[in-house]
Design a binder for this molecule. Structure first.
Ligand code: AGP
Length: 609
């Protein structure tokens, strides 16, 4: 979604701002803009890609030592130059991420005070409100504090003013914002990846903070106006982690990075001989030892990871588990269980619905909270008592791939920890599970070698309008994830069903134009699954089956089979089958010529409701 970059330096900041915006492109946006202070206030905005903004900056010869920049994903008002940020009022300019819920009331008030609005955005009220107080106080920090005190909703904002050529003001509540610390130059950004070419030293702002940023110093006050110190972190990420390298798309790169991502995620765990609750935090044994149920809260792909985990937790750890879509849970009347472990799962750690669902769960008295997240210092990690950081590295493609499989790896660990704490694992089982986990990266590497076969299949999909994905048991959520991947990036309508449900409705859709992708692991349901496949064939449906190596399925002109290496893969099976479906979607999208990494209408981090 929207992205913010700002810089105050003793050099031209335009290239820094543009590179920062380029690094935020993956979040999804439809217009971009910047303001530079250099003698006066110079604003450039454009609809479409950052490359267009760069061309406009070159054409207007924009340069200067202080500036703010923004990529906008339209919420209030269409994607247009007038609605693009920064928004200007008098001598100052504002960029904003989030949504101001009381913008209509503020707009009426500010119009009555004589301000003229030139956009349809909620953000423009912030610019005029700060300007209103700036006229009264002539103090940019005081004006910002007075303005944000009146804002309802979520915001991360950056402000520059032509009267203060070496000063950047920023504030946050409900949307992430961090300060990057350089040598006699400082920066702001909504995501650390924007600043990696200039600094890895970052300070994460807390809820309600307002920061005053100069060339040499950064001072922060909290919501009450008290000066506060926020700790400085050195980001583990490096600038080249977000480079494409030899790959055609980030999605392809990220699919192929999975052996490395899984190795990094499991590193601490597999180096040990025993399963340790402390993988989830120093006091995890105390928290996890007391829980009697698990409730997962997540969205999209992360919700699918949660669904997989419910099967593992009930079967292996013997603990009741349920997965809830965060945007539903936050508004439904539910029965709270103070002894349930509330687990949020999120790649970004900033998903508004998941964060709100966590806060809702806590408000209901459920304070045993754990987050499984890919971004350290994100809102979810800070709001949760326990945390497990997946080490997938930055995921740039909008379609989640390595984030999903590393979430599954983390959920394997959670399952084993709870199983051990509940006395459900023998010494032999513990050793066997750890050995399985150690083999995971290598097995994923072997599945990646199937890419040419999967690519050949994808050629038959490009002209299809619909597809059906079937799985059973723990592989049903993998079918859901396969269908989501296909529709997300190839725009082919895809549905997933537990195969036993076919005859209860979806079988009506099956004909020779409906490819039916089937996950066929060698588990206790395989014979039942084969019967479901017969139901498809009897209606003329064409089957594309991903089967374990030792599953016997007769191939024919309408039954195609790709076999995963080896026999049944036990705990790892859902992860391995996921990789084949990722490759299928990727190659189907390539055939269709869609924008694989930035599919239409979608954003990487969904920071608004
Ligand atoms: C996955 O391919 C999607 N882009 C989307 O469903 C995503 O998983 C969802 O928005 C949740 O995001 P999160 O993991 O960052 O919370």
């Amino acid at each position: 979604m929207c992205g913010i970059v700002g810089a105050v330096a003793q050099r031209n900041v335009v290239p820094i701002l543009l590179e920062g915006l380029r690094r935020l492109e993956y979040r999804g946006y439809d217009s971009a803009g910047l303001v530079i202070i250099n003698g006066g206030l110079k604003r450039v905005r454009s609809v479409g890609r950052v490359a267009g903004l760069e061309a406009a900056c070159t054409a207007h010869q924009v340069h200067g030592n202080l500036g703010i920049a923004h990529t906008r994903w339209a919420t209030h008002g269409v994607p247009s130059e007038a609605n693009a940020h920064p928004h200007v009022s008098g001598s100052l300019a504002v960029v904003h991420n989030g949504i101001i819920e009381n913008h209509e009331a503020l707009r009426i008030r500010l119009k009555a005070a004589g301000f003229t609005f030139t956009s349809e955005t909620d953000t423009e009220v912030i610019a005029h409100l700060v300007e209103l107080y700036y006229r009264q106080t002539q103090d940019l920090l005081a004006a910002t504090r007075a303005a944000v005190a009146e804002l309802e909703g979520a915001y991360a904002i950056g402000i520059v003013c032509e009267d203060s050529p070496n000063r950047l003001i920023c504030a946050r509540k409900g949307s992430p914002l961090l300060v990057g610390l350089g040598i006699e130059e400082n920066f702001i950004a909504s995501d650390v990846s924007a600043l990696l070419p200039v600094t890895q030293r970052v300070m994460y702002l807390e809820e309600g903070d307002v920061a005053d940023i100069g060339l040499l110093a950064v001072s922060v006050v909290d919501a009450a106006g008290n000066p506060v110190d926020r700790s400085v972190h050195i980001s583990e990420l490096s600038a080249d982690m977000a480079e494409l390298g030899n790959y055609r798309h980030f999605m392809q790169k990220e699919i192929h990075e999975q052996p490395r991502a899984l190795t990094d995620t499991l590193l601490t765990a597999v180096a040990q001989e025993h399963i340790q609750p402390e993988w989830f935090g120093f006091d995890a044994a105390e928290v996890l030892g007391k829980v009697n149920a698990v409730t997962f809260l997540a969205c999209g792909t992360s919700y699918h990871a949660a669904k997989v985990a419910t099967y593992w937790l009930e079967a292996i750890a013997g603990i009741p588990a349920r997965a809830e879509i965060a945007s539903e849970y936050r508004y439904r009347t539910s029965v709270p269980n103070p002894d349930a472990l509330i687990v949020t799962i999120s790649q970004s750690g900033e998903t508004a619905d998941t964060l709100a669902a966590l806060n809702h769960a806590k408000a209901l008295g459920q304070d045993k909270t754990l987050t499984i997240c890919n971004v350290p210092e994100s809102a979810l990690t800070r709001a949760s008592r326990l945390k497990f950081l997946t080490r997938a590295g930055p995921e740039i493609g909008v379609a989640s791939t390595k984030a999903f499989t590393t979430q599954l790896a983390a959920l394997c660990l959670l399952t084993l920890v709870l199983a051990k704490l509940r006395g459900r694992l023998s010494v032999e089982q513990e050793a066997a599970y750890l050995a399985e986990l150690r083999s995971m990266p290598n097995k994923v590497q072997q599945v990646l070698a199937l890419e040419p076969q999967v690519e050949a299949w994808s050629q038959r999909f490009a002209n299809k309008h619909h597809a059906l994905f079937l799985g059973r048991g723990v592989h049903y959520p993998i079918a859901l994830e396969g269908a989501l991947k296909l529709k997300e990036i190839s725009y082919i309508h895809a549905e997933a069903y537990p195969a036993g449900e076919l005859k209860h409705g979806p079988l009506a859709l099956v004909d020779e134009d409906m490819p039916v992708i089937t996950i066929a692991p060698n588990d206790q349901l395989i014979e039942k699954l084969k019967s479901n496949m017969q139901e498809v064939r009897a209606r003329g449906g064409e089957l594309y089956v991903f089967a374990d190596g030792d599953v016997h399925i007769e191939e024919s002109a309408f039954v195609h089979v790709i076999r995963l290496p080896g026999g049944s893969n036990g705990l790892l099976s859902p992860i391995l089958h996921t990789v084949t479906l990722q490759m299928l979607s990727y190659h189907a999208a390539l055939q269709k010529g869609t924008d694989v990494d930035k599919p239409r209408n979608l954003a990487k981090s969904v920071t608004v409701e």
